[in-house]
Unconditional design. Structure first.
Length: 435
């Protein structure tokens, strides 16, 4: 995490004080369950809560102890004993470090997912608003970066809305996948602790018991979670790249908002660059970079090793913090996006009507021409226009072979821009519902 791309609410989830607070809650809830089972005195469990519930843990002291013990959980438990006193001997009964570490990580990931879901809601709201605004704004559709057939700018935004709607659904599933708790002791057999302790802690922490753990919660769950974040990041980049292309000088169909006093270049005062979209591309790459280690963390030795631990200390905070920042930035970009319908129309007209070539092709086949002959007739009139040597409609009207099948009026009918948008309402109902 670096401050430039970090929002406070997400960052707070990963702060040491938050982590130690969660560790304490796990241990204290476990103590409650152990007390109810008669394993430890009830007064001991009450003392743990009474003396440490509202404490601000001394992070520096914990770090000092860890430098000696070389063990983070033992360092925390030692500091907790300094706060609680003699009754602390009943804390962590039958538990192993991974019970605390893995359950805590999953609490943090579910909290992060909740913030990311709220971020996605902001993106979806911005996309819907702008899509409805530009529902019937004509623009050129491109394949391979080349003019293809007309679409509307609203459809471009609707594509993104549908994609981020799927992203939201996936994140809900990923959150559920990772929201498990393990308090099963060494190698996961519950030999030293009753499974009812796990059930109690899971409920208290907003999780569900892991059906079967080893000494760790299985990392396929986390691989699913981080893979989902990677897919969402790719969706962010997909939209960002679309804006970058549309802001190119020779296109200029849309551009990022340029605020009063903003500077685009240290050397060229005229520049207005798509810096936010380019930034989103870079941030998306970083989120995706954590997918591979998440997949590799699935493969641990036997019942447990810690090869996953170092990677997760970085990827948990970095991936969630970065995606959180990117989604909020994307929502703002969409909301303030400058759209230029006149330039869109200008670009639509740039190829002299060639965007209607398929309609002419189909009209010829409907009148009896073979598809192969129709294709040749249309293409031989299209290529001069491509080279800037005429108007497509006029060339077709002068082509005797074309006129064998189509009258001037029938040819002109194929150049109706509105024909391409007759199902826009249907698409919007599919994407946004009846509203």
């Amino acid at each position: 995490m670096i401050p430039r791309y970090t929002r406070p609410e997400m960052a707070s989830i990963w702060e040491p004080q938050t982590r130690f607070k969660i560790w304490f809650e796990i241990e204290a809830h476990a103590a409650d369950a152990l007390a109810e089972l008669g394993t430890i005195p009830k007064e001991a469990a009450k003392t743990v809560w009474a003396k440490a519930k509202d404490v601000t843990f001394d992070v520096a002291r914990i770090d000092e102890i860890e430098r000696e013990t070389k063990h983070d959980v033992i360092a925390f438990l030692t500091h907790l004993a300094e706060i609680v006193g003699h009754e602390a001997r009943f804390v962590h009964q039958g538990m192993t470090s991974s019970d605390v570490l893995d359950t805590c990580l999953n609490v943090q990931l579910t909290r992060a997912a909740d913030l990311l879901l709220a971020d996605l809601d902001k993106v979806l709201a911005a996309l819907k608003k702008r899509a409805l605004e530009h529902k019937m704004t004509p623009t050129i559709g491109r394949s391979h970066g080349i003019h293809a057939e007309p679409v509307t700018f609203g459809l471009k935004l609707a594509y993104a809305y549908a994609e981020f709607s799927r992203a939201r659904e996936r994140l809900i599933v990923a959150r559920k996948e990772v929201a498990t708790c393990a308090i099963s002791g060494a190698v996961g057999t519950f030999a030293q602790i009753d499974p009812r302790v796990e059930q109690h802690v899971a409920k208290a922490m907003g999780l569900v018991p892991e059906p079967i753990s080893t000494q760790v919660i299985p990392r396929d769950r986390h691989a699913m979670y981080f893979s989902t974040l990677g897919v969402i990041a790719s969706s962010v980049e997909r939209f960002a790249v679309e804006i970058r292309h549309m802001q190119r000088t020779e296109v200029l169909e849309a551009e990022e908002f340029f605020s009063e006093g903003q500077k685009g270049s240290s050397a060229m005062p005229h520049k207005r660059n798509p810096v936010l979209s380019e930034n989103l591309t870079g941030l998306s790459r970083m989120v995706r970079a954590y997918v591979t280690p998440a997949l590799e963390n699935v493969v641990l030795w036997h019942e447990r090793d810690i090869s996953h631990s170092s990677a997760e200390r970085m990827m948990g905070p970095d991936a969630t913090v970065t995606l959180d920042f990117a989604l909020v930035r994307l929502a703002g970009l969409i909301d303030k996006l400058l759209v230029y319908p006149a330039n869109m129309q200008k670009n639509l007209d740039r190829l002299g009507g060639l965007v209607h070539s398929q309609r002419v092709l189909l009209a010829l086949t409907q009148k009896g021409a073979s598809r192969e002959d129709a294709y040749k007739l249309v293409q031989r009139n299209a290529m001069p226009v491509w080279r800037g040597e005429g108007d497509f409609l006029q060339l077709l009207k002068k082509d005797a072979d074309v006129k064998k099948y189509l009258t001037d009026a029938e040819i002109e009918e194929q150049f109706d821009l509105g024909y391409h948008f007759k199902h826009v309402d249907t698409i919007f109902k599919r994407v946004f519902g009846e509203s």
